[in-house]
Design a protein around this ligand. Structure first.
Ligand SMILES: Nc1nc2c(ncn2[C@@H]2O[C@H](COP(=O)(O)OP(=O)(O)OP(=O)(O)O)[C@@H](O)[C@H]2O)c(=O)[nH]1
Ligand SMILES: [Zn+2]
Length: 212
């Protein structure tokens, strides 16, 4: 008899995509182009007609670009660090625009990420590095909740701040252009770690600065 709890736990474990880099298959572009040709044929199109002749190759390159974050470890960016012993206040980078791809439908997700952290021991990273981390995790087949968590986890792993808060607001094309067809609806996800996880007042203060 199947142990449902064990199955659920395995599924959950498998869902934990590693934060680090995958290796890119040597024949990735060729396989992608073949797959796109198959899709065109399956919908009844003729991949040899003039307008579609270069499409499989173009789409193959496009996928390798939008999934480029699979082949990097975004945590590397956070290794650029500075110290400012006297800085004990929160650092906030708002409105980091990103594009991602939902892993269920492989349709675009676009939105803004806001990242805040409370440095520990005056340990800072470059402001642009927060945007690079968001970009790195966005350029993967993603779940918005997982992406929010991964950004927070990367900050904890490398910068070890006293607290971190990540908010992502995004529109999912799989909800806008197909299925339920609910254009304009936005999904908001938040992850708080460190002292902001339990300090409600501090978390609300940072949240209002992030979203204000
Ligand atoms: N939690 C979460 N769900 C997502 C995300 N991106 C897409 N989804 C949802 O994933 C679900 C997949 O549901 P399914 O019933 O398996 O697929 P479907 O029949 O295409 O679902 P519909 O979109 O409702 O037509 C949908 O409800 C999507 O809205 C995400 O980042 N996080
Ligand atoms: Zn989707």
């Amino acid at each position: 008899m199947t142990d449902l709890n064990a199955t659920a736990m395995t599924a959950c474990k498998d869902d934990q995509r590693p934060l680090g880099a995958l290796s890119r298959p040597a024949d990735a572009e060729e396989r992608l182009a073949n797959a796109v040709r198959t899709i065109l044929e399956a919908v009844g199109e003729n991949p040899e007609r003039e307008g579609l002749q270069d499409t499989p190759q173009r789409v193959a390159k496009m996928y390798l670009e939008v999934f480029g974050g699979l082949y990097e470890d975004p945590r590397e960016h956070l290794k650029t660090q500075f110290s400012a012993d006297q800085h004990h206040a929160a650092v906030i980078v708002k409105d980091i625009r990103f594009h991602s791809m939902c892993e269920h439908h492989l349709l675009p997700v676009h939105g803004k990420a806001h990242v805040a952290y409370l440095p520990a021991g005056g340990r800072l990273t470059g402001l642009s590095k927060l945007a690079r981390v968001v970009e790195g995790f966005a350029r993967r087949p993603q779940l918005q909740e997982r992406m929010t968590d991964q950004v927070a986890q990367a900050m904890e792993d490398v910068l070890a701040p006293e607290a971190v808060l990540v908010v992502i607001e995004a529109e999912h094309m799989c909800m806008s252009m197909r299925g339920v067809r609910s254009p304009g609806s936005t999904t908001v996800t938040t992850v708080a770690r460190g002292t902001w996880k339990h300090d409600h007042t501090a978390r609300m203060e940072i949240l209002s600065l992030l979203r204000g």
